[in-house]
Design a protein around this ligand. Structure first.
Ligand code: HEC
Length: 138
């Protein structure tokens, strides 16, 4: 009885010391950790500045009345006493940039709101450029 208890403990110690495991071959199979390829965050693409993009300015401020294509068919058009001008037509396109900028800045007494308090000079110039684009899409 006593002998088997000793054998039991010897066995436990053997296992605990790792003697039951095959001898280590000595060669490290664990390769050194490869350098972690942390994806370097690419810089965000330059956001198209809504403030100087004539198309964006137009779609945000003008399309409600004039329509996205400037045809005078915006969602608010029907409720206005005067129809917003179809900006793609000659009547507008034949006006000089300066004249168009002036109308946009000052508005008209027939329902075109003045934008000089809302848009910066440079933004109005961009919108005028966009009006020319609308004219080409007739
Ligand atoms: C509240 C509705 C409304 C909004 C918003 C609006 N317009 Fe107008 N717009 C009109 C109306 C109505 C007219 C016609 C006014 C008139 O005949 O005097 C007009 C006329 C114009 C004209 C004159 C066209 C011409 O040949 O005489 C230009 C240019 C114009 N708008 C550009 C713009 C631009 C650019 C914006 C945005 C920055 C804008 N409008 C926003 C209602 C609007």
């Amino acid at each position: 009885m006593g002998k088997s208890v000793i054998l039991f403990w010897v066995g436990i110690i053997f296992i605990a010391l790792g003697c039951g495991q095959p001898p280590s071959s000595g060669t490290e199979t664990r390769s050194p950790k490869p350098p972690v390829n942390q994806p370097v965050m690419p810089p965000p693409p330059p956001a198209p500045s809504a403030r100087t993009d004539g198309k964006a300015i137009f779609e945000k401020n003008c399309a409600t009345c004039h329509g996205t294509r400037g045809l005078g068919d915006g969602p608010m058009a029907a409720g206005l006493p005067n129809k917003p001008t179809n900006l793609a037509l000659d009547i507008t396109q034949k006006k000089e940039d300066k004249k168009l900028a002036e109308i946009i800045k000052e508005g008209t007494d027939k329902g075109m709101p003045p934008w000089k308090y809302i848009l910066k000079e440079e933004e109005i110039q961009e919108v005028v450029k966009h009006l020319r684009e609308l004219g080409k899409k007739k």
